[in-house]
Write a protein that binds this ligand. Sequence first.
Ligand code: ADP
Ligand code: MG
Length: 245
Amino acid sequence: MTAALAVADVSFAYSGKKALDGLSFTVNAGDCTILLGPNGAGKSTLFALITRLYDTRSGSIQLCGFNIKKQSLQALSRLGVVFQQPTLDMDLTVQQNLRYHAALHGMGGRLAKLRIQEELERFGMYERRSEAVRQLNGGHRRRVEIARALLHKPTLLLLDEPTVGLDVPSRQVIVEHVHELVKQQQMAVLWATHTFDEVYPADRLLILHKGQIKAQGSLPEVLTQTTTTTLHAAFAALTQNGARV
Ligand code: ADP
Ligand code: MG
């Protein structure tokens, strides 16, 4: 099976200061992989490389077998992304934000309308489609951003700390919906976070600290690797005093 995402020996530095150091991992269809790391670990830098905001100079990244540098169009069309900083246009309505994105992905009017309805309904936001984004609360804005990222049915969904600053019910809705997508549609998800309560037992874990992968695998595998009994303890052991959870 071709991995949805294959990262091989990727390193990256900001003006000589290393932010990522020899990262290698894969995410397959049907995997929800939690990229867990304290602030400054390198999570957003990794996302910037996968989405080609920055150029990888060392190592390679493939999406569904397509190299993001050499076959960028095929690779990037399979990617849906929600960045750490919200990127909706506050003055446009929910629907207008999504229409623009659908057009960028080459969807015609009828298909766009259908997909917008499907994805907004999934997140309980269809009734709010004609409201300006500015009128929505933070949780609802994030739901709209995730719906937008799913419009073109990506194989891989990247989420960079999408629940930071949200209240518990808003977080729960997002966590549950994303896990449902993985289960029902075999979507591949890479979800960056620095908190534990978003981790489901079946998720795969990728623990990043100071630009290096400290452990990866299922929860039982990570516990075995660290000879610990809880994710909290494993994380503390792997990141020591760098942890902020
Ligand atoms: P995370 O998303 O896990 O919090 P980041 O990828 O944002 O981590 O940051 C990783 C490291 O790179 C940190 O040491 C951070 O200070 C540094 N860094 C991030 N963005 C920049 C930038 N634009 N210029 C210089 N250093 C940066
Ligand atoms: Mg970040």
